[in-house]
Design a protein. Structure first.
Length: 133
């Protein structure tokens, strides 16, 4: 069933990002997998992984809104740098519960969930416009 209200495309991209992180930790030695997973489940790393997932989920929604426009206006290099900055800002907001509550308690497909994504989008635009939060 999965988490209620997650958009499939954004959720798949977020999951792929988290799995890439796990793959990087495991490395070339597949026997290392059990150790990595055990450490992940028995530490704060699981919280970090959830934060990363929901951060990437929001990022996927926001990037759809202005990635092409940014690339057209500023070029690929500036677009890539800006998108990385946005991703880091969102992940930091998730870790600091900037949304007002834990990301896993939000029904992302509800009006409330969509409003939170829009609020985060507006906040990111505000910061990128040279303002501080």
């Amino acid at each position: 069933a999965g988490v209620a209200g997650l958009d499939n495309t954004a959720a798949n991209q977020a999951l792929e990002s988290v799995l890439d992180d796990i793959e990087e930790k495991v490395g070339e030695d597949l026997e290392n997998f059990d150790k990595v997973m055990s450490n992940l489940m028995n530490s704060e790393d699981i919280r970090d992984m959830l934060d990363r997932f929901f951060g990437m989920y929001i990022f996927c929604h926001l990037s759809q809104d202005f990635q092409e426009k940014l690339e057209y206006e500023k070029g690929s290099k500036v677009m890539n740098e800006t998108m990385n900055e946005i991703k880091e800002l969102i992940e930091d907001d998730i870790k600091r519960c900037q949304l007002g509550r834990d990301a896993e308690t939000i029904d992302w497909n509800s009006e409330d969930g969509k409003a939170l994504i829009q609020k985060e989008f507006d906040r990111i635009i505000y910061i990128l416009s040279g303002n501080e939060d």
